[in-house]
Design a protein around this ligand. Sequence first.
Ligand SMILES: Nc1ncnc2c1ncn2[C@@H]1O[C@H](COP(=O)(O)OP(=O)(O)OP(=O)(O)O)[C@@H](O)[C@H]1O
Ligand SMILES: [Mg+2]
Length: 298
Amino acid sequence: MSVVVCENLYKIYKSGEIEVVALQDLSLHVDKSEIRAIVGPSGSGKTTLINIIGGIDKPNAGRVIVDGMDITKFSEKELLNYRRRRVGIVFQFFNLIPTLTAFENVELPMVLAGVPREARKQRVRELLRLVGLEARADHRPDQLSGGEQQRVAIASALANDSPLILADEPTGELDTVTGRQIAELFRRLRDELGKTIIIVTHDVSIARISDRISRILDGRIIATITPAELELAEIAPTRTQETITKLEDRRQQILRELNRIEEEFRDKKIDAETFTKRFNELKSKLKAIEDELAKYTV
Ligand SMILES: Nc1ncnc2c1ncn2[C@@H]1O[C@H](COP(=O)(O)OP(=O)(O)OP(=O)(O)O)[C@@H](O)[C@H]1O
Ligand SMILES: [Mg+2]
């Protein structure tokens, strides 16, 4: 069953005379306990989509159903409640409050949701343990590495135990090893805690642990594939390139051979009959190769 359903979403930003269509007729279905990766070029609408599913922004048209509820029909009060209890968001930038420690940053969403003090403190400790940062509880963001900051941000997104986690480029600025650790954390959140996770990412280690990958272009989902299919699609162009290179090499070889027999014929090293025979053979080979090459070039 789909726990997140986006139907025919449109989002148009107006600034003065200029209109930017950020989402156009976008539909998306995400299952419970699924990790869905969202990939696509800069400006294609990924953050806009996350903000709409997260109840931070509203679409101009279309519906977003989360757990059977149409959040686009929510009142401000219902939206506030939704954001505090139903969804945890790891933003693309500015996740942590610089003046608060790691502990306080993770605690903040629970303070806002009115969780009692003792329960809160215990939960923060659990969450910091989950992301492997118990020892950094008293550090401020500027005293943490990029990967550690992102892990604190993830812990904070998990604070209210919301069933849906949205993450916008959570490994964007990180090295591959840290990226892999964060991917592993998301995998555990799905497998051990049954979270549904939608991640905007360009990170292959995250794409690999996802259940499906949706590609967004110009505000629409243009394809949804599995990681296995993604791998194939990545290998295919390499194979194609290899084939083209081979064919091109063979073509050059035949052209050189043609030149050579022309010279030999001019220098009277071969007779007209031999030349004609070789020439026709090579020409027909050349044509076959050029026909094959034509299949690979549009
Ligand atoms: N508040 C806004 N006002 C006007 N236009 C906006 C606003 N926010 C986003 N846009 C435009 O909407 C389009 C989609 O933006 P969005 O931030 O969703 O892209 P993105 O896929 O997240 O890109 P990136 O990979 O660079 O983060 C872009 O053309 C952007 O310029
Ligand atoms: Mg973005």
